[in-house]
Every structure is written in C-alpha cells, then in structure tokens.
Design a protein around this ligand. Sequence first.
Ligand SMILES: [Zn+2]
Length: 160
Amino acid sequence: MSQHDASAGSRAPDESGRASAAGESGPRPSLPRSDEEWREKLTPEQYQVTRRGGTERAFTGEYHDHKADGTYRCVCCGEPLFSSDNKYDSGSGWPSFHRPVDEESVASREDRSLFTVRTEVLCAKCDAHLGHVFPDGPQPTGLRYCINSAALEFDPEDAT
Ligand SMILES: [Zn+2]
C-alpha cells in the first residue's frame, strides 16, 4: 500500500501564473459575483447599463455608427453576442442587430417598466442587461436588437 502523494505540501502556483490563456472555451472562474466586484471591474457607465438595466443616451455610444467587421462581445464576461454581419443602421442611435451570433447566447425577459411592455435582452452567461428587442427589424428575422454600446466590447478578430 504505497500511495503516491507527490503534491503534498507544495502549493500549486496561483497568482504568479494567472495569464493562463483563459479565452476560448470553458467557464471563467474569475467572473465577479457581487455588485461590489462588478462595480470595480466596469466603468461607471458599463456598470450602470449592464448591472442596473440602464440605457445610454442615443448617439452617444461607441458603436452605434461602427461599421468594422468583427464580433461584439459581452463587456462583462467576454461571451460573443453579436456579429458585424448582423448589424444594420436602424437610425435609432444605438447599435442594432437583426439577430444574435447564437440564439443561445442571449436571454430575454419581459420588461414592464416605462408603462409599456418591452422585451429585455440579457447576456445568457452573466445576466448583463444589454438592451431590448423590438419586432420592427429587417428581414429575415424582423427583429431589432437595440443594444447599448456600453454593454459591448468590439473584437475585430474572428469575424464570421
Ligand atoms: Zn456576459
């Protein structure tokens, strides 16, 4: 009964090697959990929009008139949400898409604020508020995902 226990006593490196390419797949263990942590990670505007359900003022966001090819990721967790392929100019002053990269990547729920019923769009992975979806978009979907620039981070790579 000789049981090997090589790792006994020696601490695995943690802080020193934290740049371990946590990119492509798999969960990111470092996602903030508390409100406090989100507040530290995000800019005040990003925090207000994504964690408080805020809306940036029309035509003030970084991406409403942004036409480069690439992927728009969740500013909170990095999940790819929208592609420049599906972006169009709605004239609304917010980045508009007729569909997400993947139906699974966004969640929606009814929003009854402002005396009307709208459909709120959230990041399916981290629950960040992204914007709203309206049924007045172009074909083939007929949908307009009206998204706050502050909830997005543009990644010029891997345009599909
Ligand atoms: Zn997210």
